[in-house]
Ligand binder design. Structure first.
Ligand SMILES: NC(=O)c1ccc[n+]([C@@H]2O[C@H](COP(=O)([O-])OP(=O)(O)OC[C@H]3O[C@@H](n4cnc5c(N)ncnc54)[C@H](O)[C@@H]3O)[C@@H](O)[C@H]2O)c1
Length: 310
């Protein structure tokens, strides 16, 4: 479907679609208590998006849910055509429908970021649907909660395949397309974390993978600058997505904490007094995807409400 046929001009705000957006002051509900996931408010496309000579095109991996969905909706509201990839076909179809209903130009791809052939096919699908690729957000990632002494080879393989190989393959597939294009600067944007700057107990291997993402971001920035591609990373703090629900549950098992307690403990020092919403992340990604950040590359920027200082 072409962006021309699918972008609908509207100044109406589209209501929340996950049914879980919470705009509350102060520290939020725990990951487990109350409504489950940090929500996403779908906004209408920016006026003028349709009339732009060339609509920019963004791919978001892990875009069916959580932070990726929030990022996708923001980039769509910014006027981009978006291509969402995810392993979870059911969630992907539901999210696609929400985007279509909101009037966004959207395409979807069921794939696994840890497979290079899937990442290449994803880029090919984006180009087939919308003609080009401007922004590639390597968002998909998984967590792992284990003390170091219990980490086994399979644990290492699984998380490194997705969080590290997946990011590398995404960058390879995206840069191969972007370097063929003339004109604007290509933007590769990787999901890092505060865990890419500081390491935490019970999350040792997850933190290791995010440190690698920060390293790959720097190397790619150096190698891809000659192709007019910038490479940056966003580093969220504590957002109550499904990922944190799982972290909280696993920590309860290991440490005997009550449901929600680990999330609460991680969150209580946040200077801004609340945990993270997808919008807090997508505000930064929107900037990194825009021409306003053309002179920034190789950076892993923290958005955590004031937790980790670098
Ligand atoms: N939630 C947080 O507090 C937090 C903090 C820092 C960094 N991050 C990072 O942000 C990113 C998104 O996190 P989230 O909280 O939204 O996670 P999430 O688990 O809520 O959502 C992740 C999405 O990625 C998809 N996915 C998982 N593995 C995949 C694969 N192999 N291929 C394709 N899709 C896959 C899932 O189906 C899901 O839709 C991750 O890289 C995560 O490490 C999250």
């Amino acid at each position: 479907m072409s962006p021309q046929t699918n972008v609908r001009q509207s100044d109406k705000s589209i209501s929340a679609t996950t049914g879980s957006t919470r705009k509350t002051a102060g520290l939020r509900r725990t990951a487990v208590q109350g409504a489950k996931k940090a929500g996403t408010q779908l906004r209408a496309p920016k006026a003028g998006a349709k009339s732009a000579a060339v609509q920019r095109v963004a791919v978001i991996t892990g875009g069916a849910d959580g932070l990726g969905k929030g990022i996708a909706q923001r980039l769509a509201a910014d006027g981009m055509a978006v291509v969402l990839s995810d392993l979870n076909a059911r969630q992907l179809a539901a999210t696609r429908k929400q985007f279509e209903d909101a009037g966004y130009a959207v395409e979807t791809f069921k794939g696994d970021v840890s497979r290079l052939e899937d990442q290449k096919a994803l880029v090919a699908k984006a180009v087939k649907a919308f003609g080009r690729l401007d922004v590639f957000v390597n968002n998909a990632g998984i967590e792992q909660v284990k003390p170091l002494d219990e980490v086994r080879p399979n644990d290492l393989d699984k998380i490194f395949r997705i969080n590290v190989n997946g990011v590398l393959y995404g960058m390879q597939a995206a840069s191969a397309q972007m370097r063929k294009q003339k004109g604007s600067i290509g933007k590769i944007i990787n999901a890092c974390s505060i865990a890419g700057h500081e390491s935490y107990e019970m999350l040792g291997i997850y933190c290791a993978t995010k440190h690698v993402v920060r390293s790959l971001t720097q190397t790619a920035a150096k190698e891809y600058a000659k192709y007019k591609i910038t490479v940056n990373a966003y580093c969220p703090g504590v957002a109550g997505t499904s990922m944190w629900d799982r972290i909280d549950a696993a920590m309860s098992k290991y440490m005997g904490t009550k449901p929600g307690e680990a999330f609460q403990k991680f969150s209580e020092g946040i200077l801004m007094g609340r945990t993270q919403e997808p919008e807090d992340v997508s505000n930064l990604v929107s900037f990194l995807a825009s021409t306003d950040s053309d002179y920034i590359t190789g950076q892993a920027i923290i958005t955590d409400g004031g937790m980790v200082f670098r």
